[in-house]
Design a protein around this ligand. Structure first.
Ligand code: APR
Length: 279
């Protein structure tokens, strides 16, 4: 192989992963926040993770957010800004592009826990977004997308929120600015298409993801701590159905584990499986 295998990476795991991927007819890429870490989006549970700054019990449920919005609107704005700004500025990295490149060689489904839309931007065409997407606003009762943001929209929204967070403008002025980009619905039916703790996972994404992992030959679990269920059940379900599960992460994972960053390891793995891959 072009580059020496990292000493920390087990040669057996690497060979297992390459051989399984090379002969796979159906592949699942199951991604978490680590997939987008090198696109500048913070993960949730690493040392400097997002939940360190914004405890999920206060910010990751609709009830928690609404309660905080009434009591401390600027804190909720600060949370929103920290969510939106990195996603607005992000671009797909080599790992997103490698996941998309697999389509040139075999059937692949991306099942992501991320809400950043970067798999779409990288060119993957078969994607299930279990936790929704920050780029979509839905009519919640009808579960209908009412607006799909561009990253420019998100950047304008982020800049407006930053102005309020840094006390450069009032809440009224912020709302007036947001109305230019965000389809407010004063009956409260419109909201970002993201799944918070306690919500049901996005459908039909969850149903189709459960079906796909039972019929795949290889599941590549990239950049996830596997700590949030029911999404975290999927690699185990794939393994029970006979798939080879390969984890890609800097932190130790059970089973076949390729240690390292997604944007380094995934392109090398795809290239090793298909030497003519465009990664
Ligand atoms: N490449 C690959 N993996 C990485 C990288 C990287 N560059 N950087 C960090 N990681 C790994 C971390 O070691 C960790 O195991 O990615 C994982 C990120 O774990 P979490 O922060 O828990 O993110 P995730 O697994 O996606 O969380 C699942 O929890 O809070 C909810 O809705 C949220 O979708 C999220 C879900």
């Amino acid at each position: 192989m072009e580059r020496a295998i990292d000493k920390a990476m087990s040669v057996d795991d690497w060979i297992t992963a390459v051989l399984a991927l090379r002969k796979a007819k159906r592949v699942v890429v199951f991604s978490g926040a680590g997939m987008s870490a090198e696109s500048g989006i913070p993960t949730f549970r690493d040392a400097d993770g997002f939940w360190e700054q914004f405890p999920p019990e206060e910010f990751a449920t609709w009830d928690g957010l609404i309660g905080k919005l009434i009591a401390e609107p600027r804190q909720v704005a600060r949370f929103a800004w920290h969510v939106i700004d990195p996603i607005a500025r992000a671009e797909p990295n080599a790992a997103h592009r490698a996941a998309a490149a697999i389509e040139q060689h075999t059937q692949v489904t991306v099942i992501t826990q991320n809400i950043d839309g970067l798999h779409h931007d990288a060119g993957s065409s078969n994607i299930w977004e279990l936790h929704g997407s920050l780029l979509d606003v839905i009519n919640a009762p009808e579960r209908r997308i009412v607006k799909r943001f561009s990253r420019e929209d998100l950047l304008a929204i982020s800049d407006a929120i930053r102005g309020y967070v840094q006390k450069e403008q009032s809440l009224v002025s912020l709302i007036m600015q947001l109305r230019r980009h965000y389809p407010f619905d004063f009956r409260g039916r419109h909201r970002p298409n993201v799944v918070l703790f306690g919500d049901d996972l996005a459908e039909p994404d969850w149903t189709y993801s459960c079906r796909e992992v039972k019929s795949c030959d290889v599941l590549l679990s990239v950049g996830t701590s596997g700590s949030v269920f029911p999404a975290a059940f999927l690699p185990g379900r794939a393994e029970l159905s006979g798939a080879t599960v390969v984890s890609i992460s800097p932190t130790a994972c059970d089973g076949c584990w390729l240690q390292g960053n997604a944007s380094d390891v995934l392109p090398r793995l795809v290239k090793a499986a298909w030497p003519d891959a465009n990664v």
